[in-house]
Write a protein that binds this ligand. Structure first.
Ligand SMILES: Cc1ncc(COP(=O)(O)O)c(C=O)c1O
Length: 419
C-alpha cells in the first residue's frame, strides 16, 4: 500500500506529491486498503469473537465508518467517544463504555444510549445503579479487573500492573460482583481486563486470560451468568521493522487456552477483544515538509510537524520509521535527526537516521502514525491542526480539513471590560 513510483512515495496508486499540492503540509494520509486488510485479518483470526474497535486510537469518522462496516463494535472511553462512535455507525448493542473516572453525566448519557459498561470501581457501580433506576433501565455491566500482569511494554502504556490506576484489584473482584448482584438496575454479564498497549510478546495475554477465567469461575458460583470475557486490546505493531505478532499469531496463542479454560465454566461466554493500534497504526503516514537543514551538535532536519501532531516520540520515546518521500529511489547518505517546530527541546520526531541528502522543501514521511497520532494532537504554539486524507486506489479525499486561525479562537471569549 506504501510504495514508490519515480522516486516518489505512493499511497496505494496516489503519489503523495499530488496530495500535498492541494492540502499543503503537514498532512496525515491513510490507506483504505491497509485498513481493510487489518480488519479482515482480525475477522479471519477470530471468527467467533466479539471485536470492539478502541476508538481512542483514531476517532476520524471516515475511518471509523470503514471499521464499523466490517462488523466491529466499539470500545469508548468517554461520552465524546461514544458520540463519535454512534455517528460512525457502531451499533449501541456492541459498544462498551470504558473509563476509570466517568462522571454522573457521562454515565447518564451511556445509559440513555443503551450501551454496556465496563465498571472501574464500586463508587461507579453505585452511580450506574442509581441512574439506571432513575431511568427505569437495566444496564449490562462487566467489571474491569486489574490482573497484575506485566505486559512487557513501555511503563506509560502498561495498564494491568497492580500499581496501575485502572480496574479493580483481582482479589477484590468476587466481592464486587457479589455487590453488583444485590443492586437494582445493573446486571453483571461480563468480565473485562486490558493489560497495556504495544505488546509484542503473547504470553502476558495468556497469563491475564488465566487470571480472568479463574475469577470467572468464582463469580459463576455467586450466580453470575457470563456472556462475554473481554481481554481488551494491546497487540503491538512493527514500528521498527523487526517483526510483530499478527492477529493470526495472537489467535493461535490465546484461542486454544480460551477454549480449554471455558470448558471449566458453566456458562458459554464469547471472547471479546478491543484492538486499536493493530487496526489503524500502520494504515497512515504523517507527511511533513523540511523547512531547514542545520549542522549543529547533530545534523538537524527541521520539519513543519512536531509533537503538536505526533506526540508519541516525545511522550513514550517511540520509534517511527521515516523516509524522504520525494527521494525514495536514493540511497542513504547522511545521518539526520528530524525535529519539529515546537518550542520544546523534546520536540524530536526521529533521532540519528540515515537518509538521502535532505534539503529544504523535501518531504519527510513518518510511518505507522495512524494510532495515537492525530487524536493526541494539540494547537500548542498556536499551530492549527493539519488535514487528514484517505486514499482508496487512485482516488483520495480530505477526511478532515486543515484548521484555520479561526479554530485557534473558536471557543475563546474576551470579557467585555477588556474590549
Ligand atoms: C480499555 C482499553 N481497551 C483497548 C485499548 C486499545 O489498545 P491498543 O490500541 O493497544 O490495541 C486501550 C488502550 O489504551 C484501552 O485502554
Amino acid at each position: 500500500m506504501f510504495s514508490q513510483k519515480d522516486g516518489v512515495l505512493t499511497v496505494e496508486d496516489v503519489p503523495v506529491t499530488e496530495i500535498v499540492e492541494e492540502t499543503g503540509t503537514p498532512v496525515y494520509i491513510t490507506s483504505r486498503a491497509r485498513l481493510e486488510e487489518n480488519t479482515r485479518a482480525y475477522r479471519e483470526a477470530f471468527p467467533d469473537a466479539g471485536l470492539l474497535y478502541a476508538v481512542k486510537a483514531n476517532n476520524n469518522l471516515a475511518l471509523m465508518k470503514i471499521i464499523s462496516s466490517q462488523g466491529f463494535g466499539a470500545d469508548v472511553f468517554s461520552d465524546g467517544e461514544l458520540y463519535l462512535a454512534l455517528l460512525a455507525g457502531f451499533k449501541k448493542e456492541r459498544i462498551l463504555f470504558n473509563g476509570n473516572s466517568k462522571s454522573r453525566e457521562e454515565i447518564e448519557i451511556g445509559i440513555v444510549s443503551g450501551v454496556k459498561f465496563s465498571v472501574d470501581s464500586l463508587d461507579e457501580l453505585k452511580t450506574i445503579s442509581e441512574v439506571a433506576k432513575e431511568y427505569g433501565k437495566e444496564v449490562e455491566i462487566a467489571f474491569r479487573i486489574n490482573p497484575d500482569v506485566d505486559p512487557k511494554t513501555h511503563p506509560k502504556i502498561a495498564t494491568g500492573l497492580k500499581e496501575s490506576k485502572f480496574g479493580l484489584p483481582h482479589n477484590m473482584a468476587v466481592e464486587a460482583y457479589r455487590v453488583a448482584l444485590e443492586l437494582d438496575g445493573v446486571v453483571p454479564v461480563g468480565i473485562h481486563c486490558h493489560i497495556g498497549s504495544q505488546i509484542l510478546e503473547l504470553s502476558p495475554f495468556v497469563h491475564a486470560l488465566n487470571r480472568v477465567i479463574d475469577i470467572a469461575a468464582e463469580i459463576e458460583k455467586e450466580g453470575v451468568e457470563l456472556n462475554f470475557v473481554d481481554m481488551g486490546g494491546g497487540l503491538g505493531i512493527d514500528y521498527e521493522g523487526k517483526g510483530s505478532p499478527s492477529p493470526a499469531d495472537f489467535a493461535k496463542a490465546i484461542l486454544p487456552e480460551f477454549e480449554r479454560r471455558k470448558s471449566e465454566l458453566g456458562s458459554d461466554p464469547q471472547l471479546w477483544l478491543e484492538p486499536g493500534r493493530s487496526i489503524v497504526g500502520n494504515t497512515t503516514i504523517l507527511l511533513t515538509r523540511v523547512n531547514a537543514v542545520k549542522k549543529g551538535y547533530r545534523n538537524f532536519v527541521a520539519v513543519d510537524a512536531g509533537f503538536n501532531l505526533l506526540i508519541r516520540p516525545a511522550m513514550y520515546g517511540a520509534y517511527h520509521r521515516v523516509a524522504v518521500a520525494n527521494k525514495m529511489d536514493r540511497g542513504a547518505e547522511e545521518t539526520y535527526t528530524i525535529v519539529g517546530p515546537i518550542c520544546e527541546s523534546g520536540d524530536v520526531l526521529a533521532r540519528d537516521r540515515k537518509l538521502p541528502k535532505v534539503e529544504p522543501g523535501d518531504l519527510v514521511a513518518i510511518f505507522d502514525a495512524g494510532a495515537y497520532g492525530f487524536v493526541m494532537s494539540s494547537q500548542y504554539n498556536g499551530r492549527p491542526r493539519c488535514a487528514e486524507v484517505l486514499v482508496s486506489g487512485d482516488r483520495w479525499d480530505v477526511i478532515r480539513e486543515r484548521e484555520s486561525y479561526g479554530d485557534l479562537i473558536v471557543k475563546q471569549k474576551i470579557p467585555e471590560w477588556l474590549l
